[in-house]
Design a protein around this ligand. Structure first.
Ligand code: ADP
Ligand code: MG
Length: 250
């Protein structure tokens, strides 16, 4: 039977940019089906961490393991096929295409075709999958709206939907609530939690709003200057003196 969730683990991951150690010997494990937050100050290396897992960047050294298999030498596309999905801090869709077209393009590209052609030549199955995903994330009512004129929140949702269209088992969300007001933020995070629950994902999200982090995440990893400052449950992190000094106290 097809496996529903996957364990994600990194070992001794390091990435430098010039003289900056953006990620410095990071080892972390995310159990199958867990919902975890990655937090830390600006520049701590959170987005770089996701880039190393998704394959956008190659690390200088270290391993990225999916269910125990090292995928660090595999391309971004191969890792996507293996089940690593990713949404971005700044949403990344085709602005001149509609919501439905963006999703069909993503599915078609995933199935090995060139994404830009998918608007005119969606593969069989792509339309159906697009419809499913729009239903799942609540975008059906704006299926035919151009991505460029969506609200900020709907653009972020579309970005998540594009990642989901590829049926990931591990989903990385880089600041899903970035740029949102307090009400919209909670709406987004409830949706994310719902997706995690329904889709049986191993989900990791980067988030700055500590109310959200403490309420939603079951485990929290704190990065600071590219290193793991702490990891634990919300209660453990809330009371961790190093975390308070470096991050929470401000
Ligand atoms: P965060 O997401 O926690 O704010 P980032 O991972 O974006 O942090 O950045 C960590 C460090 O790596 C920063 O010093 C940043 O300037 C640097 N960095 C990130 N991406 C690049 C890049 N593509 N080229 C050069 N430096 C980068
Ligand atoms: Mg970032």
């Amino acid at each position: 039977a097809e496996q529903l969730t996957m364990k994600l683990e990194v070992r001794h991951l390091t990435k430098t940019f010039g003289g900056v150690r953006a990620i410095d010997d990071v080892s972390l494990a995310f159990p199958s089906g867990s919902l975890s937050a990655v937090i830390g100050p600006n520049g701590a290396g959170k987005s770089t961490f996701f880039n190393l897992i998704s394959g956008a960047f190659a690390p200088d050294s270290g391993e990225v393991l999916l269910d125990g298999e090292d995928v660090v030498r595999r391309s971004k596309a191969e890792r996507m096929q293996l089940g690593i999905g990713r949404a971005f801090q700044v949403a990344s869709c085709f602005p001149s295409m509609t919501v439905a077209e963006n999703l069909m393009a993503a599915v078609t590209a995933h199935l090995g075709q060139w994404g830009n052609l998918a608007r005119r030549f969606p593969l069989p199955g792509a339309r159906e999958r697009a419809r499913e995903v729009m239903e799942l994330v609540g975008l059906s009512h704006i299926a035919d709206v151009e991505a460029a004129i969506l609200s900020h929140g709907d653009q972020k949702l579309l970005d998540i939907a594009i990642a989901l269209a590829l049926e990931p088992k591990v989903l990385l969300l880089d600041e899903p609530t970035a740029g949102m007001g307090p009400d919209e933020r909670w709406g987004m995070i409830e949706r994310v939690r719902g997706l995690w629950d329904q889709q049986k994902l191993t989900l990791v999200f980067i988030e700055h709003d500590m109310d959200i982090v403490f309420q939603v995440a079951s485990t929290i990893r704190v990065l600071c200057y590219g290193r793991v400052l702490a990891e634990g449950t919300p209660d453990e992190i809330r009371n961790n003196q190093a975390v308070i000094d470096a991050y929470l106290g401000k």
